[in-house]
Design a protein around this ligand. Structure first.
Ligand code: ZN
Length: 435
């Protein structure tokens, strides 16, 4: 079902009007209340009056992750700090985290975004949503929690970890939906299959809302089969609110973005010019209703494209293709751009392999090395190199044809690759540590 038809199914013309009104207001607030934006706009010679409609958005400055770090912790706030009701922060690998603050209205808007995604699977009163995203500064846990509350569903806040107990509660409490990262969903699925105490056939699970990391179509099929559910992508980023900036509908043909709240653009990451409709590029968002920390043209580093034709589900909200990868995740091996998600796609095409992998890149004698650890399902595993070759050869050929770089494939014994409870780590680039 559609949670909020007024906005999700609004005509394109009315949507442009609404976006124009909201952008004009947002820009005025940014200029008057946030010195960072006033300076950026002054430097570009742009005044709030120059923004007359959403078509003027490309006159505005970009915001980057570095800008957010430089303004740490509260430099981008546009309201008195006493109006803040919650603070979240994204885990950075280095240095200061990226901070997000919320007013009461911001929290309500965020919860609405998540509720729209959950409504796709008809989540409502009587449903129990097991929330296995981490609770804490990370937006996953509390974001899913508040969205479930808007839908009137029962929130089961298990957080991440303690996998054996999670699957026991999933069965005993009759969870009907699961919200977590796709990597953790896979770990739960595997634990259910290996368990002698619980069985997926005795569970009531019917939907999964998976996000916070890019995942592939192959991974979706695997999760749907193992957990006997329909699996939906839920997309978001802390800089906008958290999960719930958009989500897939029942058609599973692109992720609808809630563009009454967040205006999406696709730009060429090199020239910073807008891409043609349907062209792949970097996704950029401008918040249209955020009060605490309005953000102009935030460069997500996510690579995708947008499609504006009306969806079969009845929603007019724009659809985004599966994220090809975060440009930060891209690794260049022997001069070729490689996304870890491409490796996952190849792996999931071969039923004998588990969807787990780990890439190690190094540079030896001035040449890049590309080692790929993979796992066979236990019934196919053999330590005999002759037996292993039967599996390695077709995978090797597929990777060479899709990615264009030759990997050294190593088959590890079952459970040889570390399982993740949150966002999975897929790459160790040792070249970073060598000058
Ligand atoms: Zn749709």
């Amino acid at each position: 079902m559609i949670h909020n038809p007024k906005y999700e199914c609004m005509s394109r013309e009315d949507m442009r009007k609404l976006q124009s009104e909201r952008l004009i207001k947002t820009v005025k607030i940014c200029y008057e209340k946030v010195p960072f934006y006033q300076k950026k706009m002054d430097d570009m010679g742009v005044k709030p009056e120059d923004i007359k409609s959403i078509d003027d958005i490309n006159k505005l400055p970009f915001t980057t992750k570095t800008d957010l770090r430089d303004e740490y912790p509260f430099g981008l706030e546009a309201v008195p700090h006493s109006e803040i009701r919650r603070i979240h922060a994204s885990s950075g690998t280095t240095g200061k985290p990226v901070v997000a603050t919320y007013t009461e209205n911001d929290l309500a808007m965020w919860a609405e975004g998540v509720a729209r995604v959950m409504a796709v699977a008809n989540i409502g009163p009587g449903d129990t949503i097991q929330i296995s995203y981490g609770y804490g500064l990370f937006t996953g846990g509390l974001g899913a929690h508040d969205g479930a509350a808007v839908r009137g569903a029962i929130q089961l806040p298990t957080s991440a970890g303690n996998t054996e107990k999670q699957i026991m509660l999933m069965q005993d409490f009759g969870a009907t939906a699961l919200a977590c990262t796709p990597s953790y969903a896979m770990r739960l699925a595997e634990a259910i299959h290996d368990s002698k105490i619980v069985s997926v056939h005795q569970m009531k699970l019917r939907a999964g809302f998976f996000g916070a990391e890019p995942w592939t179509e192959g991974m979706r099929k695997e999760l749907e089969r193992k957990l006997q559910i329909k699996a939906y992508d839920i997309y978001g980023l802390t800089e906008m609110c958290g999960p719930g900036v958009g989500g897939e509908c029942e058609c599973q043909n692109g992720t609808h973005l809630w563009e009454d709240m967040f205006f999406p653009e696709i730009i060429n990451p090199d020239t910073l010019k807008p891409c043609e409709p349907g062209e792949f590029g970097e996704l950029v968002f401008t918040s249209l209703c955020k009060e605490a920390m309005p953000i102009l043209r935030y460069r997500t580093r996510d690579l995708t494209r947008l499609r504006y034709e009306k969806c079969k589900c009845g929603r007019t909200a724009v659809r985004m293709d599966r994220i090809l990868g975060r440009s930060d995740d891209m690794i260049i091996i022997r001069g070729v751009n490689v996304f870890p998600s491409q490796i996952e796609t190849c792996l999931t095409e071969f039923p004998a392999f588990q969807p787990y992998y780990f890439i190690t890149v190094d540079r030896i004698y001035n040449e890049d090395t590309f080692d790929l650890d993979v796992e066979l399902k236990s019934q196919f595993f053999s330590a005999d190199p002759q037996d292993q070759m039967k599996f390695i050869k077709p995978l090797y050929d597929r990777i060479v044809s899709m990615v264009g770089v030759k990997p050294n494939i190593h088959i590890l014994p079952p459970y040889g690759i570390e399982r993740s409870m949150g966002k999975a780590k897929h790459v160790n680039d040792k070249r970073n540590f060598r000058a």
